[in-house]
Design a protein around this ligand. Structure first.
Ligand code: PLP
Length: 417
């Protein structure tokens, strides 16, 4: 069945063409075909506004922060702190000092593992994670569990890729000390009911870290409304630079934690006998921070807020629905991850074709998708697949690009027929 002709494209909710003009990279051709960039869950592209901001910083504002009274250092410091302020508002944190600049989600989670976990989790204690987690929210906790003699408990999922919340609740006992859960699954797109999960954990006095790497770029995040203790995400998935991300932490949690990295800027005073640590957030920002990247991330959240996170979510949902309806009708194509609440991630397999071959053939058509285990091997094990192909949408994608993807998969099927 030629589904792309039988299914009507929904009316656009959003002027993606106008938005696309902001992204120089989207004008590229790959293998002689217009680039169809559907690997946004791995890393999204950067608009000219963010590129310009980085250039302006590097050409007129750069110096090290916090360390000098000269004019450039003062400008760099105030621009760096202005970026922190933008991030605070982007996630509705109560206070600026609750936003710590890190190198990304992985670094943020490791910070919590070292700063909170190593101080407050001990032998026999239990940490709850979920089957869906990215390796970056598994391995640090496994390292901690090995070091301390603690235990990981894992929330299972159903065949749609939804967490079994009854099972989650049953995992709690008097030894439960911590919960780590992703907001949105990078492998399946499932949006987890984190508000409910956080409330349940808090009723038992257990803090919760949310891995928001796949949520912050796609929906409005309000950390006060969620009431999470920690929320982590990366700049490069959010139209910002690589090498930057944030950890949000409730001030009272951050105050209790030990520093993760030692060095300059994270201290108030140092003698060989004793070091007095700086206040938050600086206690967790040892050494020269990624100043340009933080300022670039500030420009990225300005850009996204200018479009509006609700408008972004609506457009991406329309893309996801349109792609899902078409893929469901394609014989030999199986969607992995069919949760009722999903974000713009579409993982799939094509019968008789290894995902890497799917990715390679799509690339010949100029279509960029990710293939592999998506750093979520437990998810692959749960669905008994070695890997999937994954199309992940951003607000600058179009319905025509969905059509190109569907046509590309048909080409793959023909080649392997
Ligand atoms: N968590 C999730 C859900 C992700 O999708 C990713 C990246 O794909 C990460 C964590 C790790 O992000 P980073 O590599 O930017 O630290």
């Amino acid at each position: 069945m030629n589904t792309s002709q039988t299914i009507l494209r929904p009316a656009p909710v959003f002027d993606a063409q106008r938005i696309r003009a902001d992204f120089p990279i989207l004008k590229l051709e790959i293998n002689g075909k217009p680039l169809v960039y559907l690997d946004n869950a791995a890393s999204s592209q950067m608009p000219q506004q963010v590129i310009d901001r980085l250039v302006r910083y590097q050409t007129t504002q750069h110096a090290n922060v916090n360390r000098a009274v000269h004019t450039l250092s003062e400008i760099a410091t105030s621009e760096f702190e202005a970026a922190r302020h933008k991030l605070q508002h982007f996630i509705n944190a109560r206070e600026e000092r609750e936003v710590i600049f890190t190198s990304g989600t992985t670094d943020s989670i490791n910070l919590v593992m070292h700063g909170y976990g190593r101080k407050f989790i001990g032998a026999g204690d239990e940490i709850i994670l979920t089957t869906l987690e990215h390796h970056s929210n598994i391995v640090p906790w496994q390292m901690l569990a090995e070091e301390k003699g603690a235990k990981l408990r894992v929330v299972p999922v159903n065949d749609a890729g939804e967490l079994l919340i009854d099972e989650y609740e049953k995992l709690f006992n008097e030894r439960t000390r911590f919960v780590g859960v992703m907001h949105v699954s990078n492998a399946l797109g499932t949006i987890n009911p984190i508000r409910q999960m956080i409330a349940f954990a808090h009723a038992r006095g257990v803090p919760v870290l949310i891995d928001g790497a796949q949520a912050a770029p796609h929906m409005q995040v309000d950390v006060q409304d969620l009431d999470c203790d920690f929320y982590a995400f990366s700049g490069h998935k959010l139209c910002g630079p690589t090498g930057i991300g944030i950890l949000y932490g409730k001030a009272e949690q951050l105050e209790r934690m030990q520093p993760f990295k030692g060095g300059g800027d994270m201290i108030l005073s140092v003698t060989f006998e004793k070091t007095i640590y700086n206040t938050i957030p600086y206690k967790f920002e040892a050494g020269t921070p990624p100043i340009a990247a933080a300022i670039g991330l500030g420009a990225a959240v300005d850009y996204l807020s200018g479009i509006g996170m609700d408008a972004i979510a609506a457009h991406e949902h329309a893309l996801l629905d349109y792609a899902t309806v078409q893929m469901k009708q394609m014989p030999g194509v199986r969607i992995i991850g069919t949760a009722r609440h999903k974000s713009a991630v579409l993982s799939f397999t094509v019968d008789g074709v290894h995902p890497h071959d799917v990715g390679t053939l799509l690339n010949q058509e100029g279509i960029a998708v990710r293939t592999g285990h998506h750093c979520a091997q437990p998810v692959m094990q749960r669905f008994r697949v070695p890997a999937t192909s994954r199309a992940s949408f951003a607000f600058y994608n179009t319905m025509a690009e969905v059509d190109a993807l569907i046509a590309g998969i048909r080409t793959v099927q023909k080649v392997f027929a």
